[in-house]
Design a protein around this ligand. Sequence first.
Ligand code: AMP
Length: 281
Amino acid sequence: MDVFHKAALLTARIKVLRESGKTVGFVPTMGALHEGHLSLVRTCKQQNDFAVASIFVNPTQFNDANDLRRYPRMPEKDREMLESAGCDLLFMPEEKEVYPEPDTRRFDFGGLDSHMEGKHRPGHFNGVAQVVTRLFDIVCPHKAYFGLKDFQQLAIIKKITADLHYPVEIVSCPIVRESDGLAMSSRNRLLSEEERKQALILSESLFLAKKMKDRHTPQEIRKFVSDRLKAVAGVELEYFEIISGTSLLPVHTWGDKEEIIGCIAARVGKIRLIDNINFSL
Ligand code: AMP
């Protein structure tokens, strides 16, 4: 695996690969890698001649300075994990390589950001759009791989890729979970032993909600999940929404024409976790 710190060198290397007819897949990450990230890299490697990954903790997508400061960083272990997952090229830039000038661009997500993460983390998706478009400009991949764990992020990335005419195919990858059901996340390593147990309430509530679907309305399930989380000291629900997978707006009936997703965000102690479940599968 070759490691690049300079954007121009990576761009030049990928240009040569593309000109020789090779396909290039790309997995952007913020590091502190786990099996969820590695599953993206393995899929990327299966579907392309070359797998490129990036590790960059993007400051413009953090609306909370403490969250940015606390974000786990473990570059050496990340390198080893990527290499063993079959990654060919790794981009680990300094901030000025990604943003030579402050990025003042403002994106329009057509309302996809009006609920959930967009509402609770103002500016977050604008920062995500800034970094993803900058990375696409540097890497020029044929395909890019994103996890369904960040369902709203994936919908927003698909939209900006289409709106801005990037010739990049966005590939959605399934959520990877720990054996007890907790969705893997870099933030899980910040949980104490006690919080790690409490964090299970997120995935357990989603699995229960899905089981209730045939006998209950979305409204009843919303109440059930929110009451369940409110009953646990140390866990603070930010939202639980049952939404259309297309518009990302809350649904009031199950219908059968569109995908319906249950999305949850909660703080366990100081650590903010998200998860979701597809009610339509
Ligand atoms: P992050 O490093 O958190 O920015 O995540 C980088 C990519 O990995 C994003 O596309 C995430 O959606 C994806 N990802 C993170 N956790 C998981 C998981 N548990 N399962 C699948 N994909 C994930």
